[in-house]
Design a protein around this ligand. Structure first.
Ligand code: FES
Length: 127
């Protein structure tokens, strides 16, 4: 039978493991501004720029949208834009490329919008 001290220690170890597993969200102080060529953003898809904590999508030709790359479930960074949406590999949430709303997985809140500056052939996001 486990003692109270052993149970507390194992609970702390589990909590620490959960924090490590879910603490890879972007630290706002480490983010940098990025410039992305519009030609690098596929129509009907998007790109993730983890260095600035942003996802840039192009749902239809000439329409560019910016979202935060921090998943609203447990703050992992989303890492890719797939055919079916913006995907968070931590627990499988998917988000719409048109409005950031969750379409699958445990996340229930949308990704935050990010303001993009249109430079003509490129877009800039300042963290
Ligand atoms: S942190 Fe993204 S699905 Fe859980």
């Amino acid at each position: 039978m486990s003692t109270r001290r052993e149970l507390l220690a194992s609970g702390a170890a589990i909590a620490a493991a959960m924090l490590v597993g879910c603490s890879n969200g972007s630290n706002p102080e480490d983010l940098v501004a990025v410039t992305v060529a519009k030609s690098d953003i596929p129509v009907g898809g998007g790109v993730v720029r983890a260095e600035s904590g942003v996802v840039i999508t192009q749902p239809e030709a000439g329409t560019f949208l910016g979202f935060t790359s921090v998943c609203t479930h447990q703050q992992c960074d989303v890492r890719e834009v797939r055919e079916d949406g913006i995907y968070c590999a931590c627990h499988g949430s998917l988000f719409s490329i048109t409005d950031g709303s969750p379409t699958a997985g445990p996340a229930s809140a949308p990704l935050g919008f990010v303001v993009l500056v249109d430079n003509g052939d490129s877009l800039t996001h300042t963290p």
